[in-house]
Ligand binder design. Structure first.
Ligand code: SAM
Ligand code: DTB
Ligand code: SF4
Length: 336
């Protein structure tokens, strides 16, 4: 009998063994965990808005917004509050219950903090969960964001510790972990995951999941992005990763993070409906909705309605989210 409760002592070998199973065994296990912990089988919807686009000082090799690469994305100023509120209202009409505001910053500057805090408060007042992704945080900033009404901080580890330096040179893995810790200490929930298809190997995907599993408690949200190749970036002509490999990674996340939202994040525009359905069946229970991610396209509302209707997976209601997932899951035995 295998007991699947949130564990922080996974070894890389154990995670690799899950990952390498025959696909039917892996998906079967993930589905059992999903059904036990998320019996409603619903899909949570988040919507993104780029509140400050382009001109970023970091050199993340996948990103359209880095000032280091010629991608055609121009640097813009921070959006005015009223534009953000209007976008949040549209997101709610689209059925989103979480609104995620992204800024192309290396780190949050104290001079911008009051403006972002006002956005968080205003979005929260619209009845949406709030999430921001603003780069690195300094001491005290997470507390200010929390007081403004912040629910989630998104800050991705992106890949394994070993592969990180092949993708980004302007900050370290430890910098990333420090910001996650600051957000958590302030009582903000964590949204942290990674990108697949950056030329990494399966061992790096296992390494990423292992790193995330050591966060205690686990991140409440785990976004798994498929690289959206951006012309002009070092990773712009990376060979695409297969949807089956993506589904494997999602299934492993579902098993390792039984009580976390696992989001099928960027990359859906490049996937077929069947590919996306496979990822949902593998255990993803959250998606980004709306026509745009930050600087790239996302399937629109019609395609998403067709996807959810084809799979019979309804959008999650707010009440279900607040109650959170169900308790302990057992595979092959009785409930504990
Ligand atoms: N500047 C902040 C940061 O890096 O934390 C926030 C914005 S950044 C665009 C948020 C995340 O989007 C990145 O950490 C990365 O995981 C993801 N991302 C960016 N470009 C992507 C791409 N082309 N394909 C897939 N994911 C991408
Ligand atoms: C995450 O993991 N994915 C989102 C969000 N967190 C901030 C961003 C995806 C960006 C995709 C490329 C773009 O639109 O620029
Ligand atoms: Fe800047 Fe974030 Fe893009 Fe990196 S991923 S270049 S930090 S906006």
């Amino acid at each position: 009998m295998t007991i699947i409760t949130p564990r922080h002592d996974w070894t890389r070998e154990e995670i690799a063994a899950l990952y390498d199973q025959p696909l039917d065994a892996l998906l079967g296990q993930a589905l059992t965990v999903k059904r036990e912990n998320w019996p409603d089988g619903t899909v949570q919807k988040s919507q993104l808005l780029s509140i400050k686009t382009g001109g970023c000082a970091e050199d993340c090799g996948y990103c359209s917004q880095s000032a280091h690469f010629e991608t055609g994305v121009a640097a813009e100023k921070l959006l005015p509050l009223e534009d953000v509120v209007a976008a949040a209202r549209r997101a709610k009409e689209n059925g989103a219950d979480r609104f995620c505001m992204g800024a192309a910053w290396r780190s949050l500057k104290d001079r911008d903090l009051p403006k972002v805090a006002a956005m968080i408060t205003a979005v929260k007042a619209e009845g949406l969960e709030t999430c921001v992704t603003l780069g690195m945080l300094e001491e005290g900033q997470a507390e200010a964001l929390k007081s403004a009404g912040l629910d989630y901080y998104n800050h991705n580890l992106d890949t394994s510790r070993e592969y990180y330096g092949s993708v980004i040179t302007t900050r370290t893995y430890e910098d990333r972990l420090e910001t996650l810790q600051r957000a958590r200490q302030a009582g903000v929930k964590l949204c942290t995951g990674g990108i697949l298809g950056m030329g990494e190997g399966r061992a790096d995907r296992v390494g990423l999941i292992h790193e995330l599993s050591q966060l205690s408690p686990h991140p409440e949200s785990v976004p798994i992005n498929m690289l959206v190749p951006i012309e002009g970036t070092p990773l712009g002509s990376s060979a695409p990763i297969s949807v089956i490999e993506m589904a494997r990674a999602i299934a492993v996340c579902r098993i390792v993070f039984p009580k976390s939202w696992v989001r099928l994040s960027a990359g859906r525009e490049g996937m077929t409906e069947e590919g996306q359905a496979l990822c949902l069946l593998a255990g993803a229970n959250s998606i980004f909705v709306g026509d745009r991610l930050l600087t790239t396209d996302n399937p629109g509302i019609d395609k998403d309605e067709a996807l959810l209707s084809a799979t019979g997976l309804a959008a999650a209601g707010h009440a279900e989210m607040e109650n959170g997932p169900r308790r302990t899951t057992l595979i092959g035995g009785d409930s504990a």
